[in-house]
Design a protein around this ligand. Structure first.
Ligand SMILES: NC(=O)c1ccc[n+]([C@@H]2O[C@H](COP(=O)([O-])OP(=O)(O)OC[C@H]3O[C@@H](n4cnc5c(N)ncnc54)[C@H](OP(=O)(O)O)[C@@H]3O)[C@@H](O)[C@H]2O)c1
Length: 266
């Protein structure tokens, strides 16, 4: 299937590792021009070079912390300086740290709001004028299945609380921006194996006095019908399709990529 992505400019935030790195690679494989960032120069340069070698595509990268206004500005400026426009925005940031309610003070909540909610708000605000000018565009927010159903472990309260705000913003925007030709969708990972999932399994294991392997085995045996954690490229395929012109009649939707983990019907 030709997704219609050749030459499109796709900004993929927080993309040196994990899910968003795989998304960047998939866009590049489809012929899009890709713009990447993370907070660490060696890491983002290595990721961009690696993708460029594999796909032969055009990649721009910068060091930017999307939990700050300056970082969001820098990422979008990199896209505009190099490619002159923005067709697609994939809004992503590192997950807030694990912790239960009693572990977290105001500063921890505020930081999580900056990283999870304000990155999405600011990146959207910066990308929109260019999409409106073009009369078309596509935004995908990477959220989480925990928006629909918080995990049975209770150490993700920051993510559970704040991602719901991103999801609400996305749904509202999907109606508001339709008149501008801009589609807005969310993709919700369940348990796709990355450093983040490793970190969460380590944290849960420590709190439950067990091992990360036992936590993973519990999910794979009892919770995920497909019987395994997902792979980043399986998540990336969903994001790239929804972002692409081939998904031209899909807006306001939220797609779970979770091996069937959630039992909710909608
Ligand atoms: N993996 C899953 O199954 C899953 C499930 C539910 C939700 N999620 C959420 O999806 C997002 C991506 O997850 P992941 O598993 O890919 O995480 P990951 O493996 O930890 O990768 C996170 C990426 O984001 C970058 N990053 C982190 N904070 C940043 C910031 N403030 N500014 C710019 N870049 C930043 C990191 O690079 P630097 O450290 O170099 O900045 C890295 O490239 C997270 O929010 C996570 O909580 C993931």
């Amino acid at each position: 299937m030709d997704l219609g992505l050749k030459g499109k400019v796709a900004v993929v935030a927080a993309s040196s590792k994990g899910l968003a790195r795989a998304v960047a690679e998939e866009f590049s494989r489809e012929g899009a021009r890709v713009v990447m960032c993370s907070r660490d120069e060696a890491s983002i340069k290595g990721a961009a070079d690696g993708i460029q070698k594999k796909t032969g595509g055009e990649i721009a990268w910068t060091v930017a912390d999307v939990g700050t206004a300056q970082g969001c500005d820098r990422l979008l400026k990199t896209a505009l300086d190099r490619f002159g426009t923005i067709d697609i925005l994939v809004s992503n940031a590192g997950g807030p740290p694990p912790g239960r309610f009693d572990d977290l003070d105001d500063a921890a909540w505020q930081k999580a709001v900056d990283i999870t909610l304000f990155s999405a708000v600011r990146l959207t605000r910066l990308a929109l004028p260019h999409m409106r000018k073009a009369g078309s565009g596509s935004i995908v927010y990477m959220t989480s299945t925990t928006v629909r159903q918080p995990t049975q472990y209770l150490n993700l309260i920051l993510s559970n609380a704040i991602r719901a705000a991103v999801q609400g913003m996305a749904k509202t925007l999907s109606s508001d921006l339709a008149k501008d030709g801009v589609r807005v969708n969310c993709v919700q990972p369940g348990r796709i194996f990355t450093e983040r999932i490793q970190q969460l399994d380590n944290d849960t294991a420590r709190r439950q006095d067990t091992t990360p392997d036992a936590i993973r085995a519990h999910y794979e045996k009892n919770v995920i019908p497909l019987g395994r954690y997902g792979k980043p490229e399986e998540f990336a395929a969903a994001v790239v399709f929804l972002a692409s012109p081939k998904a031209s009649y899909i807006t306001g939707t939220s797609l779970q990529v979770d091996g069937g983990m959630l039992m909710s019907m909608f």
